[in-house]
Design a protein around this ligand. Structure first.
Ligand code: SAH
Length: 220
């Protein structure tokens, strides 16, 4: 397992980070591996300087291009759901954004394949992976609604942007025994978990969420 570089842990007090972890526990996150990974991953490195002081609050924060770094609670929740029933080896992430969720995944699974449609966001995220020495991440500038067929099938797929309905491509790229965690909807959205069994697909609706929409096409 890779561990994120602890550089910068001195910059924010341990107490601030512990407060965030306690908040996640209070909200029902109980996967210790997930909590430990969030504890040691420097979230402030995923934000511009002007926002970095808010990095350990449990809120979504702007990263430019009208996109946001996901709230720690939802990152924890989705990761926990993805890991339930055994650690997936190959994971597809849709919507790299800042790369924060990517970095969390990279420390918990064997290989991460992350797709982002906005090139400048992807480039920054790539630099952060390098800075944190997370080498098991491959990135693609593409429309993640189409998955990443050349790299599939995947044991796990996690989406950080919400489609109106689940794209067929993602279901097809899920390996048998694999799990998809994805927000679905428009004005109101719900987190869906889809398990691929040998018989077909089993869907569970987990909770109400709020994500940016999954948009088609790419931005240079
Ligand atoms: N987990 C990320 C969340 C980023 S917000 C973080 O914590 O930083 C969601 C991201 O999904 C945005 O960067 C947005 O550009 C991206 N996105 C939206 N539609 C997409 C698509 N079709 N393919 C790939 N990425 C997409």
């Amino acid at each position: 397992m890779n561990r994120a570089d602890l550089n910068g842990i001195g910059m924010t007090s341990r107490r601030t980070r512990e407060r965030l972890i306690q908040r996640l526990v209070d909200q029902g996150i109980d996967n210790q591996q997930v909590l430990d990974t969030i504890r040691i991953t420097p979230r402030h490195l995923f934000l511009d300087e002007a926002m970095a002081h808010r990095a350990y609050e449990d809120v979504a924060l702007p990263i430019g291009f009208q996109q946001t770094l996901s709230q720690p609670y939802i990152v924890a929740r989705m990761t926990e759901l993805l890991l339930e029933g055994g650690a997936p080896e190959r994971v597809l992430e849709i919507g790299t954004g800042s790369g924060y969720q990517t970095a969390i995944l990279a420390q918990l699974v064997t290989e991460v394949f992350s797709v982002e449609r906005i090139k400048p966001l992807q480039q920054k995220a790539r630099q952060r992976m390098r800075q944190l020495k997370l080498r098991n991440v491959q990135m693609n500038h593409a429309d993640g609604g189409l998955g990443w067929p050349e790299r599939g099938p995947f044991d796990g797929i996690l989406a950080a942007a919400a489609p109106e309905r689940i794209p067929e491509e993602l279901l097809q790229q899920l390996a048998p025994g694999g799990r998809l965690v994805i927000p679905v909807g428009g004005e109101t959205q719900h987190l869906h978990v889809v398990d691929r069994t040998h018989e077909g697909f089993e869907t569970t609706v987990v909770e109400a969420v709020r994500f940016v929409p999954l948009r088609p096409g790419t931005v240079r």
